[in-house]
Design a protein around this ligand. Sequence first.
Ligand code: PMP
Length: 281
Amino acid sequence: KMTAWYNGSFIDPDTAVIPIQERGHQFGDGIYEVIRVYSGMPFAMEDHLDRLEKSAAAVRLTLPMPREELEALLLEALERSGGEEAEIYLQITRGIHPRNHAFPKEDRPALSIIVSPARVLPEEEQENGIRVITTEDKRWTQCWIKSLNLLPNVLAKQEAVEQGAREALLIRDGIVTEGSSTNVFLLRSGTLYTHPATEGILHGITRDRIIRAAAEADIPVVEETFTTDALFDAEEVFITSTTLEAAPVCEINGRTTGSSFPGTMKLRNLLQQQIRKEQNQ
Ligand code: PMP
């Protein structure tokens, strides 16, 4: 069942009220993570907490508790939820203070945790691919920070949904940066391409795992930018995220781009092997 924590206690997710002067909701002044749980065990927890610490430092936010305590609390929330195939959402904001842009004098960060059932991509789309669109990347320059300011991502995703697609690939100056909530890969002549881990994209944990999987499969990886045209010239395009794992793309802007995805499937299987292996450690 859905389980939630806010600022010091477990709360009822259906009736919880966030204080009106929470900086998370007034300014989006905070950061977050999403961790996937397989068979009751969080996957890549340390990678997520590493990234959380980096995001926190980047926006000069102190974590509300030591990392070990945070980790223990996440596990307690998970246990209370009874979740087996689940997602842990956590966010940290600069807390509850009278509205004023500048940092509050006193450091009182607020932590939210929500554990809910995992959203899983329907089997049909996992196998036959998903539809995506391209749209302009209108975000700021610091997309490597997993900040709560997701308005451009929300607008891009909504544009995709209204066009019958599942994801919007973001284009900045002709370059495909990433998806609104995913990283983008393409396979061409046996080589795997993805945008380099610059400040302009989120350094996806799944992105990293797929790069590792490619190394295992002896598939060369090129972390270089590519254009929208390159998407159409590729043999396979796929997107990655904690919740999607690796999902093949079959259609871009209404144009069919592929119907079989041997490379994507191979990498996805290797990712799933990594998941199972870590499960058993
Ligand atoms: N890019 C963006 C903009 C995202 O929001 C996400 C999902 N959090 C990703 C990429 C994928 O990252 P991860 O593999 O760590 O879930």
